[in-house]
Design a protein around this ligand. Sequence first.
Ligand SMILES: Nc1nc2c(ncn2[C@@H]2O[C@H](COP(=O)(O)OP(=O)(O)O)[C@@H](O)[C@H]2O)c(=O)[nH]1
Ligand SMILES: [Mg+2]
Length: 239
Amino acid sequence: MTEEKAAAPAPAKAPSGAKRPATGTSLAPLAKYKLVFLGDQSVGKTSIITRFMYDNFDRHYQATIGIDFLSKTMYLEDRTVRLQLWDTAGQERFRSLIPSYIRDSSVAVVVYDVSNRASFLNTTKWVEDVRAERGNDVVICLVGNKTDLGNDKRQVSTEEGEERATKDGLMFMECSAKAGYNVKSLFRKLATALPGSTDANAAANGNGAGLATQAGNNLIDVKLSAAPANLDEAKSCGC
Ligand SMILES: Nc1nc2c(ncn2[C@@H]2O[C@H](COP(=O)(O)OP(=O)(O)O)[C@@H](O)[C@H]2O)c(=O)[nH]1
Ligand SMILES: [Mg+2]
């Protein structure tokens, strides 16, 4: 897998002039998908992203100023996709910013802490926010994190999480960012659930009607393979 960092202004701000990579490559553009991480503060969203990106628990990429999302290319059996991982970076507290953050997302990962019942109950609110913004055009995965804490600390059982997910038509997974348990599996599961049709790929690359993604416009891409997609996004941008 390859990884890139994208330096971008905060998602709520209007995109400023993005640098674009030089053209001159014959590689096909990658299908690009925005994944947003939602859930109460301290449930482990940043830790899950860090574990997936760096296979590390303690590294705090957010210390690096100006990074709103990280990209990672995943090689699936039948295709290659680029995932843009958007972390809320403390904006959980500013609910008015959340809709613009969710906009254009293909996947919403709604995280709770299995040792914190309130964070589980609050996932209802987070799922409602996603539905309000994206309707059914989105894959939502409910994720119970911190399974390493053990049964004595648990306040939400696996069965309860599963039930809730089934009732609301969500995917479900439990993981531990700390122990590295189920994190890769989570992303693999998400990647394989992504819409894969040609139309869906075009939309994800910013070519779809009304889909001039902020993410695409803000991307400083170190992989030349994405250049044609970015240029198309520039054309479709109504800003
Ligand atoms: N035991 C345990 N602690 C975790 C896990 N994931 C995150 N944490 C801790 O929970 C706190 C909040 O994590 P963070 O990733 O910043 O949460 P965020 O606010 O949702 O981004 C930090 O102290 C992490 O070290 C986990 O899987 N197990
Ligand atoms: Mg965080």
